[in-house]
Design a protein around this ligand. Structure first.
Ligand code: ATP
Ligand code: MG
Length: 255
């Protein structure tokens, strides 16, 4: 079980994450939602142990992750929002590097990596990641995150740039991993996917949790048919048509 207690991150005058608490249980995909700038990636940074909280704590299986960050990271898989890859390695070289850091034996990585490259339609050639398309880079990130069959999976916009088929495959993979008892935190703007895969969702607004429940209960409570509408209400989003019209007025104004 992954438990976040009163997690806070302050940048100067801005409190990016403000007293966030939640529990993600094994076998469950917890949706972590919020508008741009609401604090999702900042939370993810702290939950992965890459970013130090200003206050609050993250516990895995009841133990503060800071006590043994190395051990925690070996059980963690993470798809970051920004693809932080080594561009001059090939996909295979990058995955081999990650596999070794994950203590996967040479024999096993020799079997796993070519299979994963093939299943993800990634080239197993001399092409370096610098020459990969956006979606191909994303697939490498996903493969690197799940390669060691981690117990905790933290996904920050994992579908970014994936084509329709790859997105469907990834959806199946994460659903199955949850079924296997993995703990999954899934941050995304793709509410249609979230609705389908998440047992519970948590909605952030300006660094604070404004709702946490199952999708059905949230829709019921807000008397709305779709998560999208619940999200707009809870995060006080402006009417998109009005905003679009205002933007077009600005763009079209003057000579
Ligand atoms: N290193 C930093 N220094 C200063 N402010 C930061 C830093 N990182 C994030 N912030 C601020 O913290 C707030 C939350 O940012 P964060 O990246 O967590 O949002 P997000 O919910 O992931 O947004 P998005 O949906 O756009 O990915 C923003 O106002 C952002 O400008
Ligand atoms: Mg983000």
């Amino acid at each position: 079980m992954l438990e976040v207690r009163n997690l806070t991150k302050v940048y100067g005058a801005l409190t990016a994450v403000d007293g966030v608490s939640f529990v993600a249980r094994p076998g469950e995909i917890l949706g972590y939602l919020g508008p741009n700038g609401s604090g999702k990636t900042t939370t993810v940074g702290m939950v992965t142990g890459l970013l130090k909280p200003t206050s609050g704590e993250v516990l895995f299986e009841g133990k503060d992750i800071q006590e043994d960050l190395r051990a925690y990271k070996l059980r963690l898989g993470y798809v970051p929002e920004e693809p932080a890859l080594y561009p001059y390695l090939t996909g295979r070289e990058y995955l081999e590097l990650v596999a070794r850091l994950r203590h996967i034996s040479e024999g096993r990585l020799g079997e796993k990596i070519p299979r994963l490259l093939e299943l993800l339609s990634l080239p197993d050639s001399f092409a370096t990641i610098a020459a990969y398309s956006k979606g191909m880079k994303q697939k490498v990130l996903v493969a690197a995150a799940i390669l060691h069959n981690p117990d905790v999976l933290i996904l920050d916009e994992p579908f970014s740039g994936l084509d329709v088929e790859s997105a469907m495959v990834l959806r199946e993979v994460i659903t199955d991993l949850a079924r296997d008892g993995k703990t999954i935190l899934f941050s995304s703007h793709l509410l249609e996917v979230v609705e389908k895969v998440c047992a519970r969702v948590l909605i952030l607004s300006k660094g604070r949790v404004v709702a946490e429940d199952t999708v059905e209960r949230l829709c019921e409570l807000q008397k709305q048919p779709k998560l999208e509408r619940v999200f707009s209400e809870l995060t006080a989003q402006t009417d998109p048509v009005t905003t679009a019209n205002k933007i077009l007025t600005v763009v079209k104004s003057g000579g």
